[in-house]
Design a protein around this ligand. Structure first.
Ligand code: ATP
Ligand code: MG
Length: 440
């Protein structure tokens, strides 16, 4: 036998419900339900769907995300195209590609635009629960809006999404909020930080020393317990924010307050990408261990210009779908997995050609009909097929027995009603009784 091939480490299959797997990753039933729910919520809020390529020029991310970020420093899958030598990268996030596309197609010519996308993103990280090398994001962007109204709207839309998915704000997910101010305010804060950390250089770990002159803000994001006290006492960005930045944040908070959405202002929230300004936020959970950030986003008013476009204020977020679905599983949120209307039971495989024609008519009439593959000679016993019909949750078994078929009939056997009797219906006139299956 040839050697078995397995998936690349940190890149996972999403499999149908019922396929046993050791890693407990979410199955495609919960995945599809999430996507349907997202679709509904996005449409309700006037967001338009778009898809951009998974591969982009490497320079897009270097310029967009920033040279000194974790992503660009060590997490990107980049290579040189073997045909023409172009520097290419598997996207590590979706926003930069969307902004590139908007500029390229002059998509905001007629005014601001709300867009959303779902797809795979790639980061070369150490795989663990809630952290993978290929994962999936829901990415949502409000483009051309200066805010703060749209900032609040975007955050409230996420609450709508949580509710639609059966998550409660408070016990399951919490909102953290901060303002990163404007570039000049950040520069002043950064200078104060560098001075402070230089004075305490002996207390910095290796990462901290490296970031001191490349990205000192990221030191505040350290997970090293030995540095917590140092970081706690560091100069705060809030003390460097000007009037306009403070007013912007206050206006976002006022809408959230009025809508009854609780939040915590977290002055330590800085986010891992360079492009953010003003409003930044994260939705976090305590139920997933250390991978507790389900969704993060913020305003990026400078990104369009940085990527060669016109000045365009914008805000967006990225939501980690695997983490969110793990959370739904953890909590035990019930996932609707609609049962078929009917399940075909076929004692003799010789009848298949006739049966397939009848099932085709039923399906064209809009019914969901399943069948256990009963190819010539491969059929399971009548009893085994009825058992499968029952397990499928179908309301009816359609029994294509030899005697019925000889008369051009099929038996409808109700599976969910205790004292219902089975009856026979003509195979040639499916349209006459299809409704009977649907309405039962
Ligand atoms: P973290 O601090 O956990 O590394 P991040 O700040 O790098 O997160 P973002 O760039 O904000 O993450 O991406 C948005 C969301 O994507 C995160 O909130 C998280 O839910 C998810 N995410 C990020 N990295 C991974 C990964 N390697 N595997 C699975 N989900 C991820
Ligand atoms: Mg990360």
């Amino acid at each position: 036998m040839a050697e078995k091939l397995v998936a690349v480490k940190g890149m996972n299959d999403i499999l149908p419900r019922g396929v046993p797997r050791k890693d407990k990753l979410p199955d495609s039933a919960i995945w599809r339900w999430f996507e349907r729910t997202v679709d509904t919520v996005m449409t309700r809020h006037g967001y338009h769907h778009l898809i951009t390529p998974v591969v982009e020029p490497t320079s897009l991310f270097v310029r967009g995300i920033g040279e000194a970020t974790d992503i660009v420093e060590k997490e990107m899958y980049s290579w040189k195209d073997s045909m023409n030598g172009d520097a290419l990268t598997l996207r590590p996030e979706i926003t930069a590609g969307i902004v590139r596309a908007m500029i390229e197609h002059n998509a905001l010519y007629n005014g601001p635009l709300r867009v959303w996308s779902i797809g795979p993103v790639f980061r070369h990280e150490r795989p663990q629960k809630g952290r993978y090398r290929q994962f999936h994001q829901l990415d949502v962007e409000a483009l051309g809006f200066p805010g703060p109204d749209v900032d609040a709207e975007l955050i409230l839309m996420l609450r709508s999404l949580w509710l639609a998915l059966g998550l409660e704000v408070g016990p399951h997910v919490r909102l953290e909020l901060n303002s990163l101010g404007q570039p000049a305010e950040r520069a002043a804060h950064r200078a104060a930080l560098v001075t402070y950390f230089e004075q305490h250089a002996d207390q910095l770990d290796e990462d901290g020393r490296r970031r001191l002159h490349t990205n000192p803000l990221r030191i505040l994001d350290t997970k090293n317990p030995a540095m917590q006290a140092l970081v706690e006492a560091a100069p705060k960005l809030a003390d460097h924010l000007g009037e306009a930045s403070r007013t912007h944040l206050a206006a976002v908070c006022a809408v959230l307050d009025a809508a009854g959405l609780p939040y915590r202002i977290n002055p330590r929230l800085v986010r891992g990408l360079d492009y953010y300004n003003l409003t930044v936020f994260e939705w976090v959970t305590d139920q997933l261990g250390s991978q507790g950030t389900v969704c993060g986003g913020g305003r990026y008013d400078g990104l369009f210009e940085q990527l060669g476009g016109k000045p365009t204020p914008a805000i967006g977020f990225g939501l980690g779908i695997e983490r969110l679905l793990l959370l739904l599983q953890e909590i035990g949120v019930p996932v609707p997995d609609p049962a078929p209307d009917a399940y075909a039971v076929l004692p003799d495989a010789a009848a298949l050609p006739q049966v397939l024609v009848a099932l085709d008519a039923l399906r064209r009439a809009g019914l969901t009909v399943q069948m256990y593959a009963a190819g010539a000679g491969g059929g399971a016993s009548l009893k085994a097929q009825l058992k499968r019909a029952d397990a499928s949750g179908a309301r009816f078994a359609l029994i294509f027995g030899e005697d019925e078929l000889a008369q051009g009939l099929v038996t409808l056997k109700p599976l969910r009603e205790a004292d219902a009797t089975q009856r026979m219906r003509p195979l040639a006139q499916v349209a006459d009784w299809a409704q009977e299956l649907r309405n039962a």
